[in-house]
Design a protein around this ligand. Structure first.
Ligand SMILES: C[S@@+](CC[C@H](N)C(=O)[O-])C[C@H]1O[C@@H](n2cnc3c(N)ncnc32)[C@H](O)[C@@H]1O
Length: 275
């Protein structure tokens, strides 16, 4: 089978490396796990579980909520949501290796009754209509070119009054050719509209109470510090993962940083409600 195009993003290679992180803490590959320990390694977005706490507050997620997490990665946000609030989560993930690993980590956390993992493309997945109180998504929407279908799937999934919480990337200015190469290869960017076009798409999909929160000024220093911290810890990290993994992730972190530093890449926390 050919390698999916999204694997041009180094973050999605060698995803089993999380076992190296856990082994360095003395945790074997079948040992039980806790969300607290795992959450240092399984949040593939900015500001880790603080960002998930923000979603809990902004989307009003509680013990009775049903939540759909789109592009759930290794399942970090989904497990944290379920553990902190008691909600039930359906976690949709496109990549089969990430999804299988997510499922096994959830089981080892004892959360399989609360978090259901589904390997699917959100664009074509048969979503149960009007069945979710909240839809959440971190750094997935910019991977998906067809935002119209994406937003109609989200709209369909939500109950009336349901909340959408999305963290995503958008465009502040036109990229040059070198930046575009980083964006399309290393970040696998497929859809990066300007702010007005982004909000208009959400409005046209039927959403109300749209709040486009520009997070660029907090995400830019975060990604710069990540590059510096990764370099400072290189020796320790190579001992855990080996050079190839450490250098591959360093290249990914560098590309993200370069694009934010260009002033052309933006970060958004978008909130909206289905009327
Ligand atoms: C940057 S990762 C973030 C993972 C997770 N949300 C987190 O914050 O830890 C984005 C994820 O979206 C997934 N994704 C991209 N396109 C998708 C699609 N069409 N359907 C479902 N998942 C998708 C990717 O495979 C990737 O795992």
């Amino acid at each position: 089978m050919s390698t999916p195009a999204i694997k041009s993003m180094n973050l999605y290679s060698e995803v089993d490396r999380i076992h190296n992180d856990l082994a360095a803490l003395g945790i074997g590959s079948n040992d039980p796990l806790t969300v607290d320990v795992l959450s240092q390694f399984d949040q593939f977005h900015y500001f880790g579980t603080d960002a998930v706490d923000e979603a809990i507050a902004e989307a009003g997620i509680g013990a009775k909520s049903r939540v759909l997490d789109i592009g759930s990665g290794l399942g970090g946000p989904a497990r944290y949501l379920a553990e902190r609030t008691g909600c039930r989560v359906t976690a949709i993930e496109l990549q089969s290796d990430l999804n299988a690993l997510a499922e096994s980590l959830t089981e080892r956390c004892g959360l399989s009754a609360k978090v259901k993992h589904v390997q699917a493309d959100v664009l074509t997945h048969q979503i149960e209509p009007q069945s979710y109180d909240a839809v959440v998504s971190w750094l997935c929407f910019y991977h998906i070119a067809d935002h119209q279908t994406l937003l109609s799937q989200v709209y369909k999934a939500l109950k009336p009054g349901g909340r959408l919480y999305v963290e995503d990337l958008f465009r502040h200015d036109e990229f040059d050719d070198a930046e575009l190469a980083h964006l399309t290869q290393m970040l696998y960017g497929q859809y990066l509209p300007y702010r007005d076009a982004y909000s208009a798409g959400v409005r046209e999909a039927g959403f109300a109470e749209i709040d486009f929160g520009d997070r660029t000024d907090t995400w830019r220093p975060y990604v710069a510090e990540r590059v510096a911290a990764w370099a400072a810890r290189r020796g320790e990290l190579v001992a855990v993962h080996g050079e190839a993994i450490v250098d591959s992730l360093a290249a990914f972190y560098h590309s993200v940083c370069l694009l934010f530093e260009s002033g052309k890449l933006g970060g958004v926390r978008l909130l909206a409600t289905k009327p």
